[in-house]
Design a binder for this molecule. Sequence first.
Ligand SMILES: N[C@@H](CCC(=O)N[C@@H](CS)C(=O)NCC(=O)O)C(=O)O
Length: 234
Amino acid sequence: MAEQSSVKLHGMWASPYVTRVQLALKLKGVKYEYIEEDLQNKSELLLQYNPVHKKVPFLVHNGRPIAESMIILEYIDETWTDPPYLLPKDPYLRSKHRFWAAYLQQVAEELGKVLQKEGNPSEDMTNEYRNKMDMAEELIKAELFPNGCPSFEDAKPGYLDIVLYSLLGSFDYIAEELFGFSPFTEERYPFLASWIKALKVVPQVIEVTPPKAKVIELLRARRQIRASNLQTKA
Ligand SMILES: N[C@@H](CCC(=O)N[C@@H](CS)C(=O)NCC(=O)O)C(=O)O
């Protein structure tokens, strides 16, 4: 078991990337200190420890920083080697989990960028997003869970569950509230939706999920700021 003496997570309460690291630490039973960063006024430590991206999360383990949430998840799994394991031990399966986590991340990021820039999405864009998610719905099920949706009654969530939840766990209500479209319906994605549903009741997941109303409030405020900045420029 690795030294637990100093584990600090720098984050921002509403960040899905931070949520995923918090969830991994809790699932692995690693004790850590949480430090909230002000992203409007970045601290010296943030700039020093994540000079390339200047973003949260970053983890500081015994004084050494690790940045980028997916890399932090792997670091946690490789450092605290007792079960539960975040990634499967079988290399082929592990590659599949990494592949689908990266794919979901990429699709969500593309959508996020368009939403931030343009607000309400065009029909073409929603169709493109939905087609990409159709691939995930069909192929993750076929490749990884041919016998049905994952269950967390006996097993703990792992890397792919964490990434999926951090991206889609709140996406439905956020997009609906802010942009008036449902990117992630149960009718179209029954497999992914029941997977998320199963994750939502895991105690560690409940513990790290930020309050829905507070997240909406923050995103609405940010959206207003962006809109008034655009008006000032025009
Ligand atoms: N690829 C990064 C993304 C992290 C990220 O985008 N963090 C946001 C908070 S949600 C941030 O720190 N933003 C500050 C900024 O862009 O200046 C990861 O996976 O850790």
